[in-house]
Design a protein around this ligand. Structure first.
Ligand code: MG
Length: 418
């Protein structure tokens, strides 16, 4: 009697299926992926516009010879971006926009002597890269998440950045409740306060006992004002010295924060690591770091529990995915910093949908809610504190020009119009 074990059975089945099906499948795949069959596009122009929302935000449009237009957005260090992109225009015209990595790498390496290590250079490149992905997705008829490896989740958890943390503000409690009732499961407050009367020095940010008491009271106030299910994150904006950072992180331990963000500036990774090692409060950093290179030391030195690359700044969507993948090898989750319009926001959501170690995505437009709803034709993309990542090609949301233009930064041209 012949015994067919499991391995033998599978081998036989595989061989049989191959004989019957593979040649046809192979031929179909080769035809479908032939480089001569995919869309042949050429970049014909690139234009920019500044919107004044959370600081100046740079919108990028890439035009092609077949009428397709890609849109991207850069932020925070975006103020010189229009000039940088205008400088890249001559190189971009005539390029195949679907070679996103090649264009990104060429601009980056061309700029090694002109600041391509971070700052405005990498921020402008991020806006351009996002527009290239939007264009690629539209050209091949796929959402961006599909081009980044496919999605591991459909919905993106959003945290609401809120300034309603002052116990003396009569409306703060009510507003916090509104945020909770709107469906948000996490929120963030800022506890660095330039005008704190407990400060003894206008320049030095070593916190006095009075300041630290004020910070603890604010965190306690917000913690008590919302239900336990709502996670609370706290930002110190990298303003304080190492001792203050440590003291605050330890004082806030009872509140079981989602994270404490940048208690010290980002440049000295050892200082961040020392704070992390001194406290049970999870430490998050990275909104001012650029590309994989910026995050390497943070991860290698175990300086953060959570990292927060800004995808409109750190190098773009694919670079964001690479940073997240690097973090994943250290079992570090990613909570991207995000302050942009629904265009950049949905672009970020495609990355958040594609990376396994995504935690939560920042949202910073609660004080400009109408502008948020009007900015894209799709309306409000956040539903009950979550974004369902779209299946439309490219980023999948389109700017409502008339509404967005109302926010144009004074003194600047709207996509280079005269
Ligand atoms: Mg921050």
């Amino acid at each position: 009697m012949h015994r067919v074990d499991r391995r033998g059975f599978l081998g036989l089945a595989g061989a049989g299926a191959g004989l019957l099906a593979l040649p046809g499948l192979s031929m179909a795949l080769q035809q479908a992926t032939s480089p001569y069959r995919r869309p042949k596009l050429k970049i014909t122009d690139v234009k920019t516009a500044y919107v004044g929302a959370h600081g100046p935000q740079l919108h990028v449009r890439i035009y092609t010879d077949q009428g397709l237009i890609g849109q991207g957005e850069a932020t925070d260090a975006a103020v010189g971006g229009a000039a940088l992109i205008a400088g890249w225009r001559r190189f971009l015209i005539g390029q195949d926009p679907l070679n996103v990595e090649a264009i990104w790498e060429r601009i980056r390496t061309m700029g090694i002597f002109s600041g391509a290590q971070g700052g405005q250079f990498t921020t402008a490149l991020s806006g351009l890269e996002i527009a290239l992905w939007d264009l690629t997705g539209k050209a091949v008829g796929l959402p961006v998440y599909q081009l980044l490896g496919g999605k591991v989740r459909n919905r993106i958890r959003v945290y609401c950045d809120s300034a309603n943390h002052h116990p003396d503000d009569p409306k703060a409690k009510e507003k916090l409740k509104e945020i909770e009732e709107a469906g948000f499961t996490a929120l963030k407050i800022d506890i660095d306060e330039f005008g704190d009367p407990n400060r003894f020095d206008r320049v030095n940010w070593t916190a006095s006992n009075g300041e630290i008491d004020r910070m603890v009271k604010e965190v306690a106030f917000v913690r008590e004002s919302v239900g336990k299910r709502v996670d609370l994150a706290v930002d110190m904006h990298g303003r304080y010295d190492a001792t203050t950072g440590k003291r605050v992180a330890i004082e806030l331990e009872p509140f079981k924060l989602l994270f404490l963000e940048e208690p010290v500036p980002p440049e000295n990774v050892d200082a961040m690591r020392d704070i992390r090692q001194s406290t049970k409060t999870p430490i998050c950093c990275g909104e001012n770091l650029f590309m994989r290179h910026g995050f390497r030391e943070v991860l290698e030195k175990r300086a953060a529990d959570i990292i927060m690359p800004d995808l409109q700044k750190c190098g773009g969507l694919l670079e964001g995915r690479k940073i997240a993948d690097m973090a994943h090898t250290y079992y570090v989750p990613v909570a991207p910093h995000c302050v942009v319009s629904p265009i950049g926001y949905m672009a970020s959501c495609h990355v958040c949908a594609a990376v396994p170690n995504f935690l939560v995505l920042e949202w910073h437009w609660i004080t400009r809610l109408q502008a948020w709803k009007d900015f894209v034709n799709e309306g409000d993309i956040i539903e009950k504190g979550w974004v369902t990542v779209t299946d439309r090609p490219g980023i999948g949301v389109e700017m409502n020009d008339a509404a967005a233009r109302k926010l144009v930064l004074r003194g600047t041209k709207w996509f280079d119009e005269a």
